[in-house]
Design a protein around this ligand. Structure first.
Ligand code: SF4
Length: 237
């Protein structure tokens, strides 16, 4: 069996606990307006690799995986290649490695279950608190995402919910409060990661010759976002 990956980051510090080997899979069914990785969208591109070979590459970095570190698979959408990711995680877990799945939750839930059986931590994007917002913002479904989150809860897998806060799009007090409420509805929630909108990907869109849907939207400073959330009583830490 082979999967398709876009790239790897040998030592990532922002996708799960500790230092991690981060694998970006190729192919995504969604089109989030704030996506930083449009080069991972196309299916059928990227490097083909077996789970065994990829695990071997990752394990070379094992000495750095202190403080809960390990391997994160992100995308693209990892659940678009469920058997590949499940096989990779299974090899890593047999070696005692912490595995994190960074996902939108899109895709077949029976297949997702096979991946979750090998997953130590789920980092799940909650993109909008409404079905309409989901359709408009990324072409996905809130109802499906909540079904996926319920599955992680039923399986007892620790959950970090991630939400990108975009000025003028997802930053209203009502929207932020709804995301906070939804995330805290899951008993397996460990934390919410509020991600301030950034514009670093503009250049990538330019190079690829595709318009960035949020062009002109200002980036958000992490400090300003924290202050807003604290004022609203939504800052958990
Ligand atoms: S799910 Fe991730 S990779 Fe896919 S479009 Fe959204 S942000 Fe981009």
């Amino acid at each position: 069996m082979e999967g398709r990956i876009h790239s790897v980051q040998s030592l990532g510090a922002v996708d799960g606990p500790g230092l991690r080997y981060v694998i970006f899979t190729q192919g995504c069914p969604l089109r989030c307006k704030c996506c930083h990785n449009p080069d991972t969208w196309a299916f059928g591109e990227g490097e083909q690799v077996t789970p065994q070979e990829l695990a071997k590459r990752a394990l070379r970095f094992r000495p750095y995986w202190k403080n809960g570190g390990g391997v994160t698979v992100t995308g693209g959408e990892p659940l678009s290649q469920p058997d590949f990711v499940a096989a990779l995680f299974s090899i890593l877990r047999a070696e005692g490695v912490h595995t994190a799945l960074d996902t939108s939750g899109a895709g077949d839930l029976a297949a997702a279950r096979r991946v979750l059986e090998q997953t130590s931590l789920v980092l799940a994007d909650l993109k909008s608190p409404t079905e309409e917002g989901y359709r408009e913002f990324c072409g996905g479904s809130l109802a499906h995402t909540l079904d996926f989150l319920r599955l992680t809860e039923e399986m007892g897998i620790p959950l970090w919910v991630r939400h990108v806060v975009i000025p003028g799009v997802t930053d209203s007090a009502g929207s932020l409060a709804a995301i906070h409420r939804m995330a805290h509805g899951f008993s397996n929630l460990e934390k919410i990661e509020w991600l301030p909108f950034k514009t670093l990907c503009l250049e990538k869109y330019g190079r690829m010759g595709i318009p960035f849907p949020l062009e002109g939207t200002p980036a958000l400073e992490a400090d300003a976002l924290q202050k807003t959330l604290q004022k609203l009583g939504l800052w958990d830490r």
